[in-house]
Ligand binder design. Structure first.
Ligand SMILES: [Zn+2]
Length: 181
């Protein structure tokens, strides 16, 4: 089903044109470029509205978290737009662009922020990272050990020059998975 997707790590792969990202291992969330564009607008509106409702009298903790979420979505969309304009980089079906590594890292942060204890109902916000079983057993969704080994080899070749801390954050899980065999 997603055999033609470019893979980075088990929790991140994307369509060659960059319109769709599968995020999350085993039961990935299917993320659409357009959804995140709309989410950015939605969060801008929410933060403006709550700012004016409080007449600029400072922000509550929850409002600060929503502002941070908005900033993270804007960061994601900057990276995602760049990938859309230069989508064609891959090696044996694996992502070679540093933009994909940065986007995966940004989505990790976004996912953690959505998990944070914000009462989103007040802001009429629904979570985007709902993982669901799309019932797909292709090797992009469920890579076997051979695919994981190749994924790790390609990561070490293509992304060796990235800042070490970024590399470790994004690839540690894959590295440990391959080491465990
Ligand atoms: Zn699949």
């Amino acid at each position: 089903m997603h055999e033609h997707f470019y893979r980075l790590v088990p929790r991140y792969s994307r369509s060659p044109n960059g319109l769709v990202i599968l995020y999350g291992a085993k039961h990935p969330a299917v993320l659409w470029y357009s959804t995140f564009e709309e989410l950015e607008t939605q969060l801008i509106n929410i933060t403006y509205r709550s700012y004016f409702e409080r007449a600029g009298l400072g922000r509550s903790k929850d409002e600060m978290l929503v502002v941070l979420l908005r900033e993270q979505v804007q960061h994601i969309n900057v990276l995602w737009r760049l990938i859309r304009t230069q989508p064609g980089v891959e090696l044996l079906g694996y992502c070679t662009s540093p933009l994909d590594v940065q986007l995966c890292d940004a989505l990790d942060t976004f996912s953690a922020m959505e998990e944070a204890t914000i009462d989103f109902t007040e802001y009429r916000y629904t979570r985007k990272m709902g993982f669901r079983d799309i019932g797909c057993t292709c090797f992009a969704c469920l890579p076997d050990m051979e695919h994981l080994t190749w994924m790790w080899r390609c990561a070490r070749i293509a992304h060796a020059y990235l800042p070490q801390r970024l590399f470790d954050r994004v690839f540690k899980e894959l590295k440990d998975g391959v080491a465990r065999g």
